[in-house]
Design a protein around this ligand. Structure first.
Ligand code: AMP
Ligand code: GLY
Length: 469
């Protein structure tokens, strides 16, 4: 049923719901998506499918969002002071009749972009700065989980290297060391030995490798099991679970090498059975909603719980993110058959439904990263073999670290697409099984090339092993 009918049938139509109704029946909408990654390309692509959407601006976007239908990239000048950090966004929304802002990455959420938009009466989807501390500070998240009996690894926080090392000696290895602040998924060391753990402490506390993000560390018990990403939309009260997914964080095949932002993902994650799903809602998501409401800061926006599911099917929270996952968004949104715009409008109106509509077929995305990722980043390499946009319904190449070569005289779609560092593309396929989706994504990935391109050929291996069992 379309959103406006749900609204029309409700007896108590509040202001936000009326806005939703107006948006659905009448005017065409303008949307601003903040961010430049594969997640934002997928969000913009999903929103563009909605016939009630006129323009999607992506700030700053990438080559993929520049080429997507209804989409254009915008550069929002940085503000002149920290206090006005979000004023370029506010001004842009006011000058361009933006009906809805969707914020992709964590950094602007942590610094209060949602608070700033609300103050200016702009509809923006995401958590407030208070709630975003769940991602912005590992210490906040751990204390929050402890206070609300949310299952997670035992931990202690340290600022002093000697004290941290003697705690490690007591606990033994394997053990996990995390920089306290935001470190783009890279401030986590899973140390196999005491020596590696000590070296991580030296890096973070003594050598200050992660800057302010690492001036405090959290040391955690090593959890065993299978990981899953559990992402929901929350409107302060109601919970709408997204399809489940699993991400591959390590750089190399066989889940080896350094942690990255994610080298590929697929949806659904078979490890999340209905029973596990129910436990995650009851033991993890509902307590967050209840505790934030109780604290006077209702949680709104996407909430991502990175979970370890143990052999008994019990979930433990590895981390919270206050946003959609990247690259999880790409396969999840390939499967979404409801309108993302409807869902966000309903979320902004405090009227999230309890279920969305999903393609029953699985989807799998393979990240193609630039040379040296995650330690270093290479830019400016020409990308060859990109398929035309939307040539097939079942495969989509989402862009992340891409840009155009600067031959200004060429029209957009004749410009060369070049790498812009980090994770460059996420080739995502829908198919009847996860192994078919992997093969379909690999076939398209294999035809794409740029200097130093690296990707994993084993994305989805846990699920494929289950399919073959
Ligand atoms: P995080 O940034 O906290 O999600 O950590 C990145 C990755 O490190 C996770 O996806 C896990 O693979 C691993 N990890 C983090 N914490 C733990 C833990 N306590 N036990 C085992 N693995 C962990
Ligand atoms: N893929 C992991 C994340 O988005 O944090």
């Amino acid at each position: 049923m379309p959103a406006y009918l749900i609204v029309r049938e409700s007896l108590t139509i509040d202001f936000d719901a009326k806005l939703t109704l107006m948006l659905r029946v009448g005017c065409l909408m303008n949307i601003l998506v903040i961010g430049s990654g594969g997640r934002e390309h997928a969000l913009a692509w999903q929103c563009a499918k909605d016939e009630n959407v006129k323009n999607i601006y992506v700030a700053p976007g990438n080559a993929g969002t520049a080429l997507e239908s209804k989409c254009q990239n915008v550069v929002l000048a940085s503000a002149d002071s920290d206090d006005n950090e979000h004023s370029p966004v506010i001004e842009f929304c006011q000058n361009n009749a933006i009906d809805m802002v969707i914020v992709g990455p964590e950094a602007p959420l942590v610094t209060g972009i949602i608070d700033a938009c609300r103050k200016a009466n702009i509809k923006a989807w995401g958590p407030t700065a208070y709630c975003a501390q769940l991602e912005g500070s590992k210490t906040f998240a751990k204390e929050f989980m402890e206070q609300n009996q949310i299952p997670t690894a035992a931990y202690q926080g340290f600022t002093d290297a000697a004290a941290a090392k003697s705690y490690i000696d007591e606990q033994g290895a394997p053990i996990v060391i995390k920089a306290d602040g935001l470190a783009a998924g890279k401030g986590v060391i899973v140390a196999e030995t005491i020596e590696q753990a000590h070296a991580a402490i030296d890096d973070m506390l003594a050598d200050n490798k992660f800057g302010d993000a690492g001036s405090r560390v959290v040391i955690e018990q090593f959890l065993q099991g299978e990981e899953a990403s559990f992402i929901c939309m929350i409107d302060g009260e109601n919970i709408l679970p997204m399809a489940t997914s699993q991400d591959h964080k390590r750089a190399f095949e066989g889940d080896t090498g350094p942690n990255t932002g994610g080298m590929g993902a697929y949806s659904p994650a078979p490890v999340v059975t209905q029973e596990v799903h129910d436990k995650v809602i009851a033991q993890v998501i509902q307590p967050v909603v209840d505790a934030m409401k109780e604290a006077g800061h209702p949680y709104t926006g996407f909430l991502y719980a990175g979970l370890m599911i143990d052999k008994a099917g019990d979930p433990y929270v590895i981390e919270f993110n206050c946003r959609f996952g990247d690259p999880e968004t790409q396969p999840i949104l390939m499967r979404l058959q409801s309108s993302m715009v409807d869902l966000v409008a309903q979320g902004l109106a405090g009227q999230l439904p309890s279920e969305a509509k999903w393609d029953t077929r699985p989807a799998l995305g393979i990240v193609v990263a630039s040379k040296g990722y995650p330690e270093t980043s290479s830019k400016g390499d020409v990308i060859a073999g990109l398929p035309e946009l939307d040539t097939q319904d079942s495969v989509k190449v989402f862009h992340a670290g891409t840009a155009f070569s600067d031959s200004d005289d060429a029209v957009d779609n004749e410009k060369e697409v070049i790498t812009n560092g980090g994770r460059v593309l996420c080739v995502t396929a829908l198919a009847d099984s996860i192994s078919d989706a992997q093969q379909a994504a690999l076939a398209v990935t294999g035809a794409i090339s740029f200097d130093g391109a690296q990707y994993r050929r084993d994305i989805g291996h846990h699920a494929i092993a289950r399919e073959n069992a």
